[in-house]
Write a protein that binds this ligand. Structure first.
Ligand code: MN
Length: 468
């Protein structure tokens, strides 16, 4: 498999016009003359979008081309008012790069063929009227980065990892929201099959798949379909297909166009795009720490397991959240509370951490009570959901609940002494070798304290007093 991912650049205005890109606005309210293909209206390149493409290229370890060319890709579609899309063909802004994914058998490098800039089309709306279709040009002219991979992907799982990793990098860089539901990241999936060791077979392209789950399902179906055709001794027709999530199948849309069908030629309205080495170096300086580097640092600084580090760095918000907590706390305890208790709570509620309004401070103050011995880990788990819903700080919350753990040595020592006095016969038995009675004493002290005594302190004091 190889992927062509269209990622919409997070920018206030379009690639060649000052029209707004805000999502969800009144149809056709954000359309400049250029976006509606008016004759004589001239495109002007948006420098911010160019910078975002360069940053994204750098984050994919890719070569930035100092000279790139905008071309017209000619085709007719009702929501493409110019009759062509301004894209890049032979000379894209970004050349070869790579991206690392984690697979079941270790890390794998996936080649990036290129990244080019192009305009998005408008939207045809077919479901509002029985007889008519409508056109909304708000999206027309929005900036897209088309990121093309080499056919290095060998399973639906690898493809899923690739999309997740790419999305994570785009979000770190800030060049794209990577929100597949809103359509600001979509994938065309090229699938071909072959016998091991033979050259790649004829491919089919599945257009515009908009979730990772659908991508995997589409590949499963398509690969099986192609194998069946070949095993019947027939040939695969190169074509463009669509994925129907309801029937979980791919269907033929049209025979595949070759690039010469588009009659590409350099757009006479736009001069070559020239990027100075100086600009590239300056942008490089603004690059954030990317997931791979961050993961390495987390493993080293906080002694995390690879698996935990992978989860934490997959999303920049989560990574920052973790670091805020771990700065002054035991990383191991933080990881267990963050990826264990908090994530399962969020999963249950089906919300993202960034939308949850649960601050690192809120979780941190509960973790502090555990490490200070004021409540046990088990008690904290029991009250966790209630605590998250309350607007109290952890200290007040456990006081009001009356579950504050007793860790005071003197107070517990009194309890231990009174238990030992009441059970003098057992103490004698213990001392003459009945070791198992230790648990009985612990139980009695815990009972006397109504479960509030810190078990660790109880254990230590009992050992000390019984050895006298
Ligand atoms: Mn494209």
């Amino acid at each position: 498999m190889g992927l062509e991912v269209h990622a919409q650049i997070k920018s206030n205005s379009k690639l060649f016009s000052p029209a707004s890109t805000d999502w969800g606005a009144e149809p056709n309210s954000q359309v400049e003359l250029v976006d509606s293909g008016m004759p004589g209206a001239l495109p002007v390149i948006n420098e911010y979008c160019v910078d975002q493409a360069i940053l994204t290229g750098l984050s994919l370890n890719a070569k930035i081309n100092n000279i790139s060319i905008f071309d017209r890709k000619n085709y007719f579609y009702p929501d493409l008012p110019q009759g062509y899309q301004i894209s890049q063909f032979e000379k894209p802004i970004v050349g070869e790069g790579s991206l690392i994914i984690d697979t079941n058998h270790g890390q794998k490098k996936i080649g990036i063929t290129r990244l080019h800039l192009e305009q998005d089309a408008g939207k045809s709306i077919h479901d509002q009227d029985v007889k008519n279709s409508f056109i909304d040009l708000n999206r027309s002219g929005c900036a897209l980065m088309e990121i093309v991979s080499e056919p290095d992907l060998r399973s639906p799982e690898e493809v899923a990892e690739y999309v997740k990793k790419l999305r994570s990098i785009l979000r770190y860089v800030g060049s794209c929201d990577g929100n597949m539901e809103k359509g600001n990241m979509r994938a065309d999936v090229n699938v071909s099959v072959r016998k091991i060791g033979k050259p790649l077979g004829t491919r089919c392209e599945i257009k515009n798949v908009n979730s990772i789950k659908f991508i995997q399902q589409a590949i499963e179906y398509e690969a099986k379909r192609q194998v069946e055709i070949l095993e019947q001794g027939e040939l695969i027709k190169q074509e463009t297909r669509l994925f129907d999530p309801n029937k979980c199948e791919t269907r033929s849309m049209r025979g595949k166009e070759e690039s010469h069908d588009y009659r590409y030629f350099p757009d006479p309205d736009l001069p070559p795009l020239i990027i100075s080495e100086n600009k590239i170096q300056n942008l490089k300086k603004t690059m954030p720490e990317l997931p791979d580097k961050k993961k390495e640092r987390f493993i080293e600084n906080y002694s995390l397991k690879n698996y935990d580090a992978e989860i934490l760095v997959s999303d920049k918000y989560i990574a920052d959240y973790f670091e805020e907590l771990a700065e002054t706390r035991q990383p191991k305890l933080v990881v267990s509370w963050l990826t264990g208790e908090l994530f399962s709570y969020l999963n249950k509620k089906n919300i993202e951490l960034s939308d949850s309004k649960i601050s690192a401070q809120k979780l941190g103050s509960l973790i502090d009570l555990i490490s200070d011995g004021k409540i046990s880990n088990r008690q904290a788990k029991e009250v966790f959901e209630d605590y998250l819903k309350s607007d109290k700080n952890a200290n007040d919350f456990i006081k009001d609940k009356g579950i504050e753990q007793i860790s005071d040595q003197a107070e517990i020592e009194d309890l231990v002494k009174s238990v030992l006095q009441k059970n003098a016969k057992m103490v004698d038995d213990y001392k003459s070798g009945k070791d198992k009675l230790f648990g009985f004493f612990v139980g009695q002290v815990m009972k006397e304290s109504k479960g509030k005594a810190n078990p660790q302190v109880v254990n230590n004091l009992l050992k000390e007093l019984l050895s006298k």
